[in-house]
Design a protein around this ligand. Structure first.
Ligand SMILES: NC(=O)C1=CN([C@@H]2O[C@H](COP(=O)(O)OP(=O)(O)OC[C@H]3O[C@@H](n4cnc5c(N)ncnc54)[C@H](O)[C@@H]3O)[C@@H](O)[C@H]2O)C=CC1
Ligand SMILES: O=C([O-])CC(=O)C(=O)O
Length: 329
């Protein structure tokens, strides 16, 4: 049976994450090995030539699933008919830039992109925001797309989730696939909280298997939360291949579902669960089924976790209030 190709719009296509991401989308890792795709690349005018170079390389791979590549510098055109949008391009923080300047510069990107999605994307559009500050950029885009169901806008914390799984598996000397039900709560920032109290490792409770609160508080949590900065320090550039891999994992899970009895982490619109104010885009434990993320309900949150979740959510509240004050939402 011939399937209609899925239109995947990628912003920031000529950047380092774009370079690590596009080849995996085109080879079937984003949606599945039997799903043809058409790529729609969005760049700023200065980035278009480099995106054309990447498109030449994509052609040269002769990927059977890749049914077309178009390059744009206009978000309305780039999101026309999009079924999946990966919002990677963002304004990075540069020396001397205040937080408000960073939020406004990104508001100038994610507001218009949200509107372009609202006006032009396909009815089944699903958005993953990768560009930082990811949660708040997703909130801005979602606020500019009143006709799109809010739950189609998500922010990436899957990289944090994967980092936490890897650190825990090393500590316990087990395979990464033995780790289940780990959760990243809150913001994709240094305040995020990787929670192992509900996680299972080879069928045992992870916190009980670790049995070392000092390691948890002083090693595990800071290592995961500050991993982005450690990569920049070591590589001289921010994480790119691992970020692209996490974006692939996020969308693949969203569309193909979580395994029975397991969950993952994603920044999704809060429905007020776990005391996270409604409407914030915060990371939660989520399952995915029939193309929808659902927040896992009913977990007992202990004092250790409560303080840390609240601190990260408070940071999201402050970011939301700042973009509100700037008139960006
Ligand atoms: N959520 C997460 O876990 C992670 C997020 N990130 C973030 O992802 C973003 C991208 O990272 P890199 O690819 O390394 O950056 P990069 O600087 O290599 O590439 C960004 C690209 O976006 C383009 N761009 C800028 N404004 C644009 C706009 N308005 N429309 C379309 N394209 C635009 C630039 O021309 C550039 O080619 C950064 O904000 C970074 O902080 C990075 C790693 C992990
Ligand atoms: O700070 C950055 O740009 C990179 C980042 O988000 C991460 O690696 O988690």
């Amino acid at each position: 049976m011939t399937r209609t190709p899925v239109n995947v719009t990628v912003t920031g296509a000529a950047g380092q994450i774009g370079y690590a991401l596009l080849f995996r989308i085109a080879s079937g890792h984003l949606l599945g090995a039997d799903v043809p795709v058409k790529l729609r690349l969005l760049e700023i005018p200065q980035g278009v030539k480099a995106a054309e170079g990447t498109a030449m390389e994509l052609d040269d791979c002769a990927f059977p699933l890749l049914k077309g590549i178009d390059i744009f510098d206009d978000p309305n055109a780039a999101f026309a008919g999009a079924n999946v949008g990966l919002l990677v391009g963002a304004r990075p923080r540069t020396a001397g830039m205040e937080r408000g300047d960073l939020l406004s510069a990104n508001g100038g990107i994610f507001g218009p992109q949200g509107k372009a999605i609202n006006d032009n994307a396909a009815d089944d559009i699903r958005i993953l925001v990768v560009g930082n500050p990811a949660n708040t950029n997703a909130l801005i885009a979602q606020n500019h797309a009143p006709d799109v169901p809010a739950d189609r806008f998500t922010a990436m914390t899957r990289l944090d989730h994967n980092r936490a799984v890897a650190q825990l598996s090393k500590k316990l000397g087990v395979g990464v696939d033995d780790v289940k039900r780990l959760t990243i709560w809150g913001n994709h920032s240094a305040t995020q909280y990787p929670d192992i109290f509900h996680a299972e490792v080879a069928g045992k409770n992870a916190a009980e298997a670790v049995a070392d609160e000092k390691w948890l508080a002083e090693e595990f949590i800071p290592t995961v939360a500050k991993r982005g900065a450690a990569i920049i320090d070591a590589r001289g550039a921010s994480s790119a291949a691992s970020a692209a891999n996490a974006a692939i994992d996020h969308v693949f899970t969203w569309t193909n579902g979580t395994a029975e009895g397991d969950w993952t982490s994603a920044g999704v619109v809060s429905d007020g669960s776990y005391g996270v104010p409604e409407g914030l885009i915060s990371s939660f434990p989520v399952t995915a089924k029939n193309g929808k993320f659902e927040i896992v309900q009913g977990l007992d949150i202990n004092e250790f976790s409560r303080t840390r979740i609240d601190a990260s959510v408070q940071e999201l509240v402050e970011e939301r209030d700042a973009v509100k004050q700037l008139g960006l939402i």
